[in-house]
Design a protein around this ligand. Structure first.
Ligand code: ATP
Ligand code: MG
Length: 583
């Protein structure tokens, strides 16, 4: 391919609406263009890189026993009603109507469609296990589409769904996908690591996310340097707060004392009260699936909403409004407490840290007053003790006992063991060996293909632009001709190299533009081709061309050795990425 005949609109300036480096480089390197927030057109270089990631995914999915299919993006609403996700996933669903006013859903994911297929087609244990996958466009009405392809309204996903006859079988399918994902990301040149994950609205009981460490990521990952533990903060646990909770009772009954104007943990911790945050009980009011509930935490802890949802099995949870609080509890936020006057219908969820908490201070449920000498288990009618707090840096790892760390990361993939949730709802059953009819045991496995592409850029860039791993580069080699006169020696040599390298299976882009060498070099580095070959008269006089790896030093090779040297270089880098996949 010739640069002059392709379409690579590079930009000198950083686009002002692109906040993170990978988004800026997507635009500057001419890989994509924005149509509207969260909607992008892929230009030739972006599309080629995307296709290469897809190819790696297909190879590894096929190798792991996946069967490729292609499902409709447009889906009848009925199957979403049937699974219950018409309600639970309502906030991301794009809905459209046809001419007869019938409603359809633009698929944000495909559990409903594939399980309907399985219900019709997989009827005997002899047909199991099966693992279907596709690479397909998904639609999600994201609250905040941003960061280019990272959080888009329309994006490409590889989604796979396994059907097994038993739980053990489902676990084995899960493991195969987990291993395939490890290989896929390694082959893409990405440092991705698996972490334990919350299962969220999709349901199920076992899950890992594949995370790429990056400051710009939207996830916090809690991890232990021993390598024995890593989890999404939504799911992470520890051996508990590093600061002990008071556990000695004063023996006295709760006592009310005036605290005019005090409505925060910090204000009560300050003079004249001086009640340390860890001696306070914080009372939050939430509306969980339309029920008002109280949530109790130690004063210095934060509520983890994902845990609240998981522990209560809730579909929706939000903080109650001040009006809702006053109407039910008779006091305003800041003075709330669960010791007195909590209507019997209001459930009280307390964090387990408080189970042995004694001599605590909390709101009196009366504006301007607090209570002291509160022994949580003695004085509060707790409906359920649960782990509801967010883990903090420095708390001890449940596995190794060492201090935990937290870092930001990008979620590129997600594997779930679903169990029978969808198969039961959508009627995917099979005739077991013993003649009984049983629901299939499912798993589902997603990779954000377009997000992965951008994650590679987020990880592989420097001041000059992108440096693609050889496996996903739009072209492996950029052949830069320094003088494009058609009859001249440089162009003649470059044409010959182009033909020979192409015949040898190397992907070459010939930069035949009528531009100064400096401009061409800059563009080639910005777009990020892993190897540039400079062909100019100065070198040819000595019978040489220049090999400049994007992340390496220039070396000169004889024209007659060039093809062999270039092939060896490309294959060497590909082999290194393939070797990584085993680790
Ligand atoms: P997130 O937490 O980032 O919203 P998710 O957990 O909802 O993602 P999944 O349903 O697990 O996403 O989808 C599988 C994969 O699809 C994710 O791991 C991610 O890589 C990708 N993905 C999800 N939402 C988007 C989006 N809006 N734009 C681009 N990729 C996405
Ligand atoms: Mg996910």
């Amino acid at each position: 391919m010739r640069w002059s005949q392709s379409f690579i609109p590079t930009l000198k300036e950083t686009p002002s609406d692109a906040e993170i480096i990978s988004h800026q480089l997507l635009l500057r390197a001419g890989l994509v263009r924005k149509l509207s927030g969260g909607l992008y057109t892929f230009l030739p270089m972006g599309l080629r890189a995307l296709r290469k990631i897809e190819r790696i995914i297909r190879e590894e999915m096929d190798r792991a026993g996946g069967i490729e299919v292609h499902m409709p993006a447009l889906q009848p609403s009925d199957i979403w009603q049937q699974s219950g996700r018409y309600e639970t996933a309502a906030d991301v669903l794009y809905k459209v109507r046809d001419r007869s006013r019938k409603e359809w859903v633009l698929g944000p994911t495909h559990e409903e469609v594939i399980t309907t297929l399985a219900a019709n087609e997989l009827n005997s244990y002899r047909q199991l296990p099966k693992n279907f996958y596709q690479i397909q466009t998904k639609f999600r009405d994201e609250v905040r589409p941003r960061f280019g392809l990272m959080r888009a309204k329309e994006f490409l996903m590889k989604d796979a769904y396994s059907f097994d006859a038993s739980d053990d079988g489902a676990m084995a399918s899960y493991r195969r996908m987990y291993d395939a994902y490890t290989r896929i990301f390694a082959r893409c040149g990405l440092k991705a690591f698996p972490v334990e994950a919350d299962t969220g609205v999709i349901g199920g009981n076992y899950s890992h996310e594949f995370m790429v460490p990056a400051e710009t990521g939207e996830n916090d990952v809690v991890y232990c340097e021993s390598g024995q533990y890593a989890a999404n903060i939504e799911k992470a646990v520890s051996r508990g707060s590093a600061v002990p909770t008071p556990s000695v009772s004063s023996g006295e009954a709760p006592e009310k004392f005036p605290t005019p104007g005090v409505v925060t943990i910090d204000a009560l911790a300050a003079a004249p009260y001086l009640v340390p945050a860890q001696h306070q009980i914080k009372t939050l009011v939430y509306v969980v699936d339309s029920q008002l509930v109280l949530i109790l935490l130690r004063g210095d802890d934060q509520l983890n909403e994902a845990k609240l949802m998981a522990r209560t099995g809730a579909v929706h949870a939000r903080p109650a409004t001040a009006d809702e609080i006053v109407a039910t509890l008779g006091a305003r936020p800041g003075s709330l407490g669960a010791v007195q006057q909590v209507p019997a219908t209001v459930k009280v969820y307390a964090d387990v840290t408080l189970r042995d908490a004694r001599g605590m201070t909390t709101g009196a449920n009366e504006d301007g007053f607090h209570l002291r000498h509160v022994d949580a288990a003695r004085d509060i009618r707790v409906t359920q003790w649960e782990d509801l707090r967010t883990v903090k840096v420095g708390e001890l790892c449940v596995a190794s006992g060492q201090p935990l760390k937290i870092r930001r990361a990008i979620e590129v993939g997600h594997v779930f063991k679903l169990g029978t949730k969808y198969s039961v709802k959508l009627g995917s059953t099979f005739l077991a060996e013993d003649g009984s009819r049983q629901p299939t045991v499912m798993g589902c496995y997603g990779i954000g293909v377009t997000r992965t592409l951008q994650a590679v850029i987020e990880q592989c860039n420097d001041k000059d632009g992108i440096y693609w791993p050889m496996s996903v580069a739009p072209y492996q080699v950029c052949l830069t001709v320094l003088d494009i006169a058609p009859a001249g020696r440089p162009m003649q040599t470059a044409e010959k190299l182009l033909a020979e390298l192409t015949a040898a299976g190397i992907e070459v882009l010939l930069d035949d533009r009528d531009d100064r060498p400096g401009v061409k070099f800059k563009d080639s580095e910005l777009v990020g081709f892993p190897l540039r070959v400079n062909v100019g008269e100065k070198g040819l006089v000595k019978g040489e061309v220049e090999l400049k790896p994007r992340k390496g030093v220039v070396r000169f090779v004889k024209v007659e050795d060039a093809v062999r040297e270039i092939v060896a270089h490309v294959q060497g880098e590909l082999a290194a990425l393939n070797a990584d996949k085993a680790s």
